[in-house]
Design a protein around this ligand. Sequence first.
Ligand SMILES: Cc1cc2nc3c(=O)[nH]c(=O)nc-3n(C[C@H](O)[C@H](O)[C@H](O)COP(=O)(O)OP(=O)(O)OC[C@H]3O[C@@H](n4cnc5c(N)ncnc54)[C@H](O)[C@@H]3O)c2cc1C
Length: 381
Amino acid sequence: MMLFDLTNEQASFKQSIEQFAREVVAPRAAAIDESGEFPADVMRAAAPQGLLGVTIPGAWGGAGRDYLSYALALEAIATASATVAVSLSVTNSLVAELIAHAGREEQRDRWLRRLASGASIGAFALSEPDAGTDAANQKTTAVKSSGGYRITGRKVWVANAEAAAVVIVFASTRPGFRGEGVTAFLVPMDAPGITRTARADSLGVRGLGCMDLELDIHVGDDHVLGEVDRGFGLAMWALQGGRVAIAAQALGIGQAALGEAIAHAGQREQFGQPIANYQAIQWMIADMATELDAARLLTWKAAAARDLQQDCAFEASMAKLAAAEAGHKAADKAMQILASAGYRRGSVVERLFRDVRATEIYQGTSEAQRMIIAARVLADA
Ligand SMILES: Cc1cc2nc3c(=O)[nH]c(=O)nc-3n(C[C@H](O)[C@H](O)[C@H](O)COP(=O)(O)OP(=O)(O)OC[C@H]3O[C@@H](n4cnc5c(N)ncnc54)[C@H](O)[C@@H]3O)c2cc1C
């Protein structure tokens, strides 16, 4: 028996998502990148495949699958379109899972079925102009008023915001207390007082529907997600799952780059033979395959930890760091192997090269992942 065999259920889910990625997602990928439009049609088609609410229990309308199945699915989707994969990671990991984890019964009833059926898309608003890596530095405030809160502030880079029906907003309820005084709120996107502004063009993952939000809203006490002042821990919990998903996304992009490189090396002839015959090319391909597979093992380990442990911050950070860097290097080497054929605007490798870069930035930069990893390694020493 192989050491890391998938169960029959995991293998058949993986196969069905690979087919969906090939037949439905891949043909749309270039147009999503070119137009920068949110791929609402693909997200709608993803729902019956069980790609929304992947890990949400069946009782709340989800597919009830394990985290490894989810990671396998996102890798398969990302080989076709990085944009669709990250959009799925936000609505699944950062929104639906957090509502399932911390929501009150009526919040779960109101949102989980809609999120899992694709009727609603979710967004996650943590970042602010002065709160990037230092996410605890929240300047958005939520001030108690009768029966609820007045939330004022500005959120930036809110993925899915263009299409989302619900957003989880983080705001300071105890200014000056940083992570000890942040509360999470579940806010319908049509709440009066939310102004969305489009972001300037992005380098990659261009159909992600990223917008900035100006907030001046009143919400009832029943919009608090989890406990007051405990929202920062919830954001970090959600990001652990999100980082496993982004690791899977980076693997998918890297795997697509490897596929493009192999295909090109086999058919492009120079000096009278395919360039795949040259050791310089073979070694690049060997390194791409090895680094992606090493990162895949860390990603699968982190996915297993997400299922088994309350806290998988360490495993998730290692997986995201390794996969994002392996994906980046794979796209870079694919560009080298294709040379001018890859550098051409509109080539698949050119898109992969741009898309993969964001995996080292969003849901915590690679430096942020190294901080988490180093803190644990040093504490355990
Ligand atoms: C495409 C895209 C989608 C996004 N989607 C969302 C979303 O849906 N919701 C959301 O809330 N946010 C989102 N973000 C924001 C994202 O999470 C932040 O960009 C990210 O956390 C980094 O913050 P920053 O860009 O402000 O960089 P900064 O924090 O300003 O970092 C700048 C540089 O300094 C480094 N750095 C910072 N502090 C330290 C330190 N202590 N030690 C060493 N190095 C350090 C960083 O690693 C980086 O290299 C998105 C971003 C992008 C690009």
